[in-house]
Design a protein around this ligand. Structure first.
Ligand SMILES: [Zn+2]
Length: 121
């Protein structure tokens, strides 16, 4: 399950961000994951439960996955189309030759920190 490896990488990067900014704890990590990557979101969510418990700054935080649709440009007719829905074949001319425009993303979009004021009672 390479999702765990990816998640450890995410945790490491978030750890650097928290260190540089003097943050003790974060509330959510937002990842951009393209649907042409081999990453399975469900495995990421499950894995995050395990990994977030290993780090003080991640414990109890949430993973939010922002799926990016795979879009390709046909090399033969120039049409842009959704790769997954069209099974990698241009709906205009039937060519399989293409350049991938989006869908290969795997990056940390955002690290969210909420204000944790003590409630005034
Ligand atoms: Zn085409």
């Amino acid at each position: 399950m390479h999702e765990l490896t990816l998640l450890f990488g995410v945790a490491e990067q978030v750890g650097k961000v928290t260190e540089e900014n003097g943050i003790d704890h974060i509330d959510a990590v937002v990842l951009d994951i393209g649907d042409l990557t081999a990453v399975i979101p469900e495995f990421m969510m499950d894995g995050y439960q395990v990994i977030s418990d290993e780090y003080d700054f991640l414990r109890g935080s949430e993973l939010i996955i922002n799926r990016i649709k795979g879009i390709a440009r046909c090399s033969d007719c120039g049409e842009d189309y959704y790769v997954v829905e069209n099974e990698g074949i241009c709906p205009e001319c039937g060519s399989q030759r293409k350049d991938i425009l989006t869908g290969k993303e795997f990056l940390i979009r955002e690290v969210r920190v909420l204000e944790h004021g003590e409630p005034d009672l």
